[in-house]
Design a binder for this molecule. Structure first.
Ligand code: MN3
Length: 247
């Protein structure tokens, strides 16, 4: 069924509900439908999420120009590509989430790459937060206890995560995940794959994500990925990691 047809049916159903239930008339009714339509994302288009901070707010660790290009060009391109791909949104988008768990080895490359790109970046932005004073930022709360329980110390965890991020050949991501059994693991994925997809990676819920594509750091760091990774530790939004861990 086409998007327009589905929108039409859903809006029609909403009109009926609102008309009967609330007794609204004329413009009131139209406004109510528009409000509900947008809250339900009835157009079923993928959209670029706004950043929870300004482009320059992650300086001096990630520069303003990199953030702006990364968000408005790279991330936007994944979103655009998904919206141009027929039928993508039927299976891979719900009002509340992007459904990467539907991706497997039979999924087309255009969906796999762009859906992953959209999901991974949407998550990545929320896992950063400004910290101009620099490194003073270790995990607290339940996630901190779980990290120490799994990796013996926070420093061990940091070293293993940094080493794995550094060793990714070409473009990819490094993740802290919670497996189905509740264990914490550090895994890496190539390109825009992620640990939710049904692929040949250890699967689990992403708790922390690091983008090591060159576009994430090249303007400021050139080939020095190691420095980008070290500075990224200053920017981690542990409140978000804790929220994902305890969910
Ligand atoms: Mn990126």
């Amino acid at each position: 069924m086409s998007n327009n047809r589905r929108d039409f049916l859903k809006k029609g159903a909403l009109l009926g509900l609102i008309g009967l239930g609330k007794g609204l008339i004329g413009e009131e009714k139209i406004n109510a439908v528009e409000k509900i339509s947008s809250s339900l994302n009835l157009s079923e288009k993928f959209t670029l999420p706004a950043l929870p901070y300004g482009y320059g707010d992650l300086e001096p660790f990630i520069d303003k120009q990199t953030m702006e290009i990364h968000h408005t060009k790279h991330h936007q391109a994944y979103v655009n590509k998904l919206n141009e791909t027929p039928s993508t949104n039927i299976d891979y988008l719900s009002p509340d989430e992007i459904k990467c768990t539907h991706v497997d080895k039979f999924t087309s490359a255009v969906i796999r790459n762009n859906l992953g790109g959209h999901y991974n970046h949407s998550l990545f932005w929320t896992m950063l937060r400004p910290n101009p004073e620099g490194y003073a930022n270790l995990s607290e709360g339940n996630i901190a206890k779980a990290i120490v329980a799994e990796f013996k110390s926070f420093e061990n965890f940091k070293k293993e995560f940094s080493d794995k991020s550094l060793k990714i050949f070409g473009s990819g991501w490094c993740w802290l995940i919670k497996t189905k059994e509740g264990k914490l693991k550090i895994v890496t994925t190539a390109n825009q794959d992620n640990p939710l997809m049904q692929l040949d990676y250890e699967r689990g819920t992403p708790l922390l994500a690091l983008d090591v594509w060159e576009h994430a750091y090249y303007l400021k760091y050139q080939n020095k990925r190691v420095e980008y990774i070290e500075n990224w530790w200053s920017l981690i939004n542990w409140n978000k990691v804790e929220e994902l861990y305890t969910k």
